[in-house]
Write a protein that binds this ligand. Structure first.
Ligand SMILES: [Zn+2]
Ligand SMILES: [Zn+2]
Length: 337
């Protein structure tokens, strides 16, 4: 099968041919139709996340069709469409797993990080961590739901009941969260890199009541803010923008160092927290909610072999919404399996 492989962090992915993996016990073999690109993939390729398996096939927003099942992977039958998210497996025995916090599992394994992911024609996944994909979504539009959607949703839940919600960094996750937040009757204030007029317009088009530069204060005090951009200086900026009792949620897996700031901007019972990974429950809730709203994703598609270009375009913010690799045409599936 064709795959894009990370051999050494800090170097581009390499197009390779490799054997189609065989599904082990509890695994499904998936023919990958589309795989979303996430900022986390960029952090892995750049070497900012330190423990990838190498060589590695990245990609953790997989939409595809089950083509074979290993022993005991009974929930899915061949031909079913599934999504594979970042959370690839957990131990089911640690105190986090036993208390409904499997996202924090001591020995969690992640797709496209510890386990080969979806920048390839086929992938294997633990069936217990796959989700059915809502029927109304084409493969391309569904892919960003698997991480941008799920992590965005978890971040939104962590932001609490906030009526005025700030979002710092208006990429894939934010363009989904703004739709959920509006559906819930909230007002969204979008912050972008200073001067990024194109993204500010995109945010307003997607329903933000205000969009501006991340070094500005919004016209009203916020009740909560979510930071998706990996820039530590946004933490004090967001704390300054939220009212007393407000929550600032850091939604990304990696962030540059946070500069020191006066206690005064945290005082007043403001809360600063991160969001780590996802639970299967987040996935089930969000996959049920998305078609009701319905969440629409804006997608820029690339062929598999253009994965490096897609990562680069993400790095420099060259598109609105989410980037997705298109890997196979579902119509060709029968011929190719
Ligand atoms: Zn992700
Ligand atoms: Zn565990």
């Amino acid at each position: 099968m064709r795959a894009m492989m990370l051999e050494e962090p800090g170097t581009p992915l390499r197009a390779v041919d490799m054997p189609v993996p065989a599904p082990g016990a509890g695994q499904v073999l998936i023919r990958v139709h589309a795989c979303g690109i996430c900022r986390t993939d960029l952090h892995i390729v750049d070497g900012e996340l330190k423990e990838p398996k190498l060589p590695l096939v990245p990609g953790h927003q997989i939409v595809g069709t089950v083509v074979a099942t290993g022993e005991g992977a009974g929930r899915y039958a061949a031909g079913e469409r599934v999504g594979v998210p970042w959370l690839g497996s957990t131990c089911n025995t640690c105190r986090y797993c036993l208390s409904g916090r499997e996202n924090l599992c001591d020995s969690a394994r992640f797709t496209g990080y510890h386990i080969n992911g979806g920048f390839a024609e086929y992938a294997v996944a633990d069936y217990r961590f796959c989700f059915p994909v809502p029927a109304g979504y084409p493969d391309l539009q569904a892919a960003p739901l698997l991480c941008a959607g799920l992590i965005g949703y978890r971040s939104l839940v962590m932001a609490g009941e906030a009526e005025r919600l700030g979002i710092y960094g208006f990429g894939a996750a934010a363009h989904i969260v703004v739709q959920v937040a509006r559906f819930q009757g909230r007002h969204v204030y979008a912050f972008t890199r200073p001067g990024d007029i194109r993204t500010q317009k995109f945010a307003r088009d997607m329903g933000a009541v205000w969009a501006g530069n991340s070094d500005e204060l919004p016209p009203e005090e916020l009740d909560a803010a979510i930071i998706f951009a990996p820039a530590g200086e946004l933490v004090p900026a967001a704390l300054r923008a939220v009212a007393r009792g407000g929550v600032v949620v850091c939604g990304g897996i990696h962030m540059s160092d946070i500069p020191s700031f006066p206690y005064e901007i945290l005082w007043g019972e403001r809360v600063l927290r991160s969001v780590a990974n996802l639970t299967r429950r987040d996935g089930e809730e969000f996959m049920a909610l998305a078609p009701l709203i319905p969440v629409r994703t804006e997608v820029k598609s690339y062929p598999l072999e253009a994965a490096n270009q897609a990562l680069d375009d993400l790095r420099y913010g060259r598109f609105n919404g989410a980037a997705v690799l298109v890997i196979s045409d579902p119509a060709e599936q029968d011929r190719l399996v």
